[in-house]
Design a protein around this ligand. Structure first.
Ligand code: URA
Length: 210
């Protein structure tokens, strides 16, 4: 099964799962958007009004800013990233998701992450950052790559401020723009490292054959 088919299958199970705690107050499931074949996954917090109406993540004002920030870093949502959230139904009145809700949707989020199998996870806001870095403070580590472990596999997490926070504060907006502008450098560093380690592995394998 390809990644798209696997994601469709997870989406179908989520749509059928009556136990998901936020579903009764939401219009529909907001599963994800972007390119399933990418190695960069963005994880936000949860759908707001416009996402709930459209069934797609980050399509309101915060989403428009996210698209701009990605484009500034030379990326598009269609080709270069896959975007999902910590919870996939809109919390009432856009309140913060509760720990029990994050845990319920987290079972599916884990499956989405395993399916995409990203090299880099860009977390947007503290709820998604705390999934990988439970005691981190976003004001200390925003924009800086962190080596994390997910299901026994190494993954690089780049914690970013939530775009909605940038829209509320000009100071956060400045930081956010700087962090996204630096993203191509971080990605190049990660990819160079990966290429070097893949090459080392292949030399090792060839040596074993001699
Ligand atoms: N904010 C989020 O965290 N996710 C969305 O999908 C939209 C706004």
């Amino acid at each position: 099964m390809g990644k798209k088919e696997k994601l469709d299958e997870i989406r179908k199970r989520m749509n059928e799962d009556k136990s998901l705690p936020l579903r009764s107050g939401a219009t529909q499931l907001v599963f994800g958007d972007g390119n399933p074949e990418t190695d960069i996954l963005c994880v936000g917090e949860g759908p707001g009004y416009f996402e709930d109406q459209k069934g797609l993540p980050f399509v309101g004002n915060a989403g428009k800013l996210l698209d701009q920030l990605l484009e500034g870093a030379g990326m598009t949502r269609k080709n270069d990233v896959y975007i999902t959230n910590v919870v996939h139904h809109r919390p009432p009145e856009n309140r913060d998701p509760h720990p029990q809700e994050i845990a319920s949707y987290g079972v599916y989020l884990d499956e989405i992450i395993e399916t995409i199998d990203p090299e880099v996870i860009i977390t947007l806001g503290r709820f998604s950052m705390n999934k990988f870095l439970p005691s981190a403070k976003i004001s200390r580590i925003h924009g800086q790559e962190q080596v994390c472990s997910f299901k026994g596999r190494e993954v690089i997490v780049v914690p970013m401020y939530h775009p909605a926070a940038a829209l509320r504060s000009s100071e956060v907006m400045l930081q956010e723009r700087e962090d996204f502008a630096n993203l191509p450098n971080i990605l190049a560093k990660i990819r160079n490292k990966k290429d070097a380690s893949d090459e080392q592995k292949s030399v090792g394998e060839q040596m074993q054959l001699v």
